[in-house]
Design a protein around this ligand. Structure first.
Ligand SMILES: NC(=O)c1ccc[n+]([C@@H]2O[C@H](COP(=O)([O-])OP(=O)(O)OC[C@H]3O[C@@H](n4cnc5c(N)ncnc54)[C@H](OP(=O)(O)O)[C@@H]3O)[C@@H](O)[C@H]2O)c1
Length: 299
């Protein structure tokens, strides 16, 4: 953890869940942390914890879906703590809906939150890193960025897009001669190259479901939302039973361990990852299992 001492790291979605845990771990390591999210009160509380653990903290209240606010966040972070060493794109959220009823507004809102917010961050910080020759972006994606799941279409599509822009950014940096050189991370004082790390967590115990976007206003929509929520809960129980759920602490630990190391993709849930990747190779198997669940009335 000594390598994180005094490093300046920006964390979005720092007011709760995985992001807040990452900030606490960074505080313990003596890092300088810029925390960003919309809820100023919760941000201030997490920043207080970072300071009491030995780190330095500054907060910036913003909506990551707004490109101008991401640029303002980068400006605030630089003004307070100087050059940014790493940036963690963690802010995100989901929506439950049926594909046949997904609206343009729902889909675009998911893209803005889960994918474009990261793109704006690349544009805000990477140009200055190109000049100095090093830096690290960490995108907190999801196994939903490797596979679809029922009623999570907008979320899955936006996380797939996030995975794709991370891969693309990595390749473009490599073509510019800015991929990390061998030994990157062994001496953080001499980093050379820019690393884009994409993290793929599976089910993690947090307020993620509680914080999801819910646009149901009419009684019919609310009844439909309750039905979908029940199905999501039983699906999530099944996933937890078969593949396990992780704590925000264990996911945050994996993210912090990847800082200032040349890690390109990080899978935090081994069992779930194997199932998802197997499902990519054999989609028929997934469909047959879903069909069985559908017929048995268990889904
Ligand atoms: N929990 C899971 O099972 C799971 C699995 C895989 C991946 N992930 C990913 O992990 C990341 C963190 O999720 P979590 O589980 O820790 O959920 P969470 O507790 O709901 O945290 C989401 C964070 O994002 C922030 N946020 C949401 N919309 C924002 C916006 N427009 N502008 C700025 N900040 C915004 C929230 O803060 P404010 O409300 O204060 O803005 C909050 O700090 C997300 O990207 C999620 O997709 C989660």
């Amino acid at each position: 953890m000594r390598r994180l001492q005094d490093k300046h790291i920006v964390v979005t979605g720092a007011s709760s869940g995985i992001g807040a845990e990452v900030c606490r771990l960074l505080g313990k390591a003596g890092a300088r942390v810029t925390l960003a999210a919309r809820n100023a009160e919760r941000l201030a509380a997490v920043a207080g914890e970072v300071r009491s653990l030995g780190g330095q903290a500054t907060c910036f209240t913003c909506d990551v879906t707004r490109r101008d606010e991401i640029f303002a966040l980068a400006g605030h972070a630089t003004n307070i703590f100087g050059q940014i060493d790493a940036w963690i794109n963690n802010a995100g959220g989901g929506i439950y809906h049926r594909m046949l009823e997904a609206t343009e507004e729902d889909m675009l809102a998911q893209y803005r939150l889960n994918c474009l917010s990261s793109l704006w961050a690349y544009q805000a910080v990477v140009p200055s890193w190109i000049k100095r020759g090093w830096g690290q972006i960490v995108d907190v994606c999801s196994l939903a960025g490797k596979s679809g799941f029922a009623f999570g279409g907008g979320y899955c599509a936006s996380k797939h897009a996030l995975s794709a822009i991370g891969d693309t950014m990595r390749q473009e940096l490599a073509l510019m001669g800015l991929g990390p050189v061998p030994g990157w991370g062994s001496d953080p004082g001499k980093l050379k190259g820019i690393v884009v790390t994409t993290v793929y967590p599976g089910v993690t115990v947090s307020d993620f479901s509680k914080n999801r976007v819910n646009r149901a206003t009419t009684p019919e929509q609310q009844a439909e939302d309750a039905a979908i929520t029940r199905k999501m809960k039983s699906g999530s129980r099944l996933v937890r039973m078969t593949m396990g759920a992780h704590s925000t602490r264990s996911v945050a630990r994996a993210i912090v361990r990847a800082l200032f190391r040349p890690v390109f993709t990080l899978y935090t849930h081994r069992g779930a990852t194997l199932v998802v990747l197997a499902g990519n190779l054999a989609p028929g198997l997934v469909s047959r299992t879903a069909a069985k669940l559908g017929r048995s009335g268990r889904a």
